[in-house]
Design a protein around this ligand. Structure first.
Ligand code: TXA
Ligand code: MG
Length: 304
């Protein structure tokens, strides 16, 4: 069981065909057994080891986005342990684009099942320090890398339905996908929870309140928190951040959603270190990368 850096978030990997190692991953994370793992591969031969038929439209997505932050769900091969897929007849597969991850999988010579390297329900680790905080003494080894380039988990697309469907938004946007093949937006929460079991569990939550505020609510919202005497952290996409002793740290992303995504989880870990009561986060639009940022922010706030 090895934690390793990827371009999205750090992963906690085990050999996909080693059931006892997979069991340990679930145990160490405290992960519900009905939440399946993503299988990571380093070349197309490894895809054949785990996935049944791969539709031509999926091959077009692969050509455009692999290696990269896109996970595709296929019918699984029998040899993939049910533990990995939580009993589903499908398997989620991703080819990461990160030197350390690629090398590790290539040297091992077989696919690696890996959830994000965090205790279940908590924010994903996007830095070596966060991975270490979550898993030191629990993982056999933690490979050190730079902070993850994208900072949010991969986009997940179900390729077993027609048209394909988005199951989790990520750094590959719905707009980018739809330029290549038709991908439907995420289903409503109730339906999505059936299709992608992970969606129904608590996710991404630091041990402080995460409060999304739109641009229109921003000023009033912050004043209210200040008046209530809260210790506040602030993540601002564009909105101005007032100078006030209650605001103990702030990150300003100057309108750059990619920076917001990259720093989101590390800011959650920072908020915990600074013992803030509330992390006020500016809402984004729900297009492009904004869809993924809003998904994580609302779940982190316990509102999804
Ligand atoms: O970027 C990422 O995807 C990271 C890095 C380490 O690659 N991994 C990651 O894994 O985010 P995890 O376990 O935190 O999230 C896996 C997601 C869950 O929402 C799960 O429900 C979904 O993928 N998933 C896995 N297998 C599935 C399947 N067969 N059908 C539908 N959804 C599946
Ligand atoms: Mg996760």
């Amino acid at each position: 069981m090895v934690a390793f850096p990827t371009e999205t978030v750090y992963g906690l990997g085990a050999r996909v065909f080693d059931e006892s190692a997979i069991r340990k991953v679930f145990k160490v994370k405290g992960r519900p057994g009905d939440n399946p793992l993503i299988v990571h591969i380093s070349d197309m031969k490894q895809l054949e080891l785990v996935a049944g038929s791969v539709p031509d439209r999926a091959k077009r997505l692969i050509k455009h986005f692999w290696p990269g932050p896109l996970t595709l769900v296929f019918h699984k091969k029998k040899s993939v342990p049910d533990l990995v897929t939580a009993g589903l007849p499908t398997v989620a597969v991703r080819m990461p684009n990160h030197a350390v991850a690629k090398r590790m999988i290539r040297l091992l010579g077989e696919p690696v099942a890996a959830p994000s390297a965090n205790i279940s329900g908590r924010p994903s680790a996007t830095t070596f320090e966060s991975a270490r905080q979550e898993l030191e003494g629990k993982a056999d080894m933690i490979l050190k890398g730079e902070p993850s380039r994208y900072g949010l988990e991969s986009t997940v697309v179900d390729c077993t339905v027609s048209p394909f469907r988005l199951l989790r938004p990520g750094s590959v946007t719905l707009e980018q996908l739809n330029k290549i093949v038709k991908v439907r937006p995420m289903a409503s929460k109730a339906k999505g929870a059936q299709k992608s079991p992970g969606l129904k569990h608590k996710h991404y939550q630091p041990n402080c309140e995460v409060l999304p505020l739109s641009g229109a609510e921003w000023k009033k919202g912050l004043i209210k928190l200040i008046k209530a005497g809260k210790k506040i952290g602030v993540l601002s996409l564009k909105a101005p951040v007032p100078k006030d002793p209650h605001i103990v740290f702030s990150e300003k992303f100057r309108g750059r959603e990619s920076q917001y995504a990259k720093k989101l989880y590390s800011s959650f870990y920072r908020a915990e270190k600074e013992h803030v009561d509330v992390l006020a986060v500016q809402s984004t639009g729900k297009t492009g990368l904004g869809l993924a940022i809003m998904d994580r922010i609302t779940r982190a706030g316990g509102k999804a």
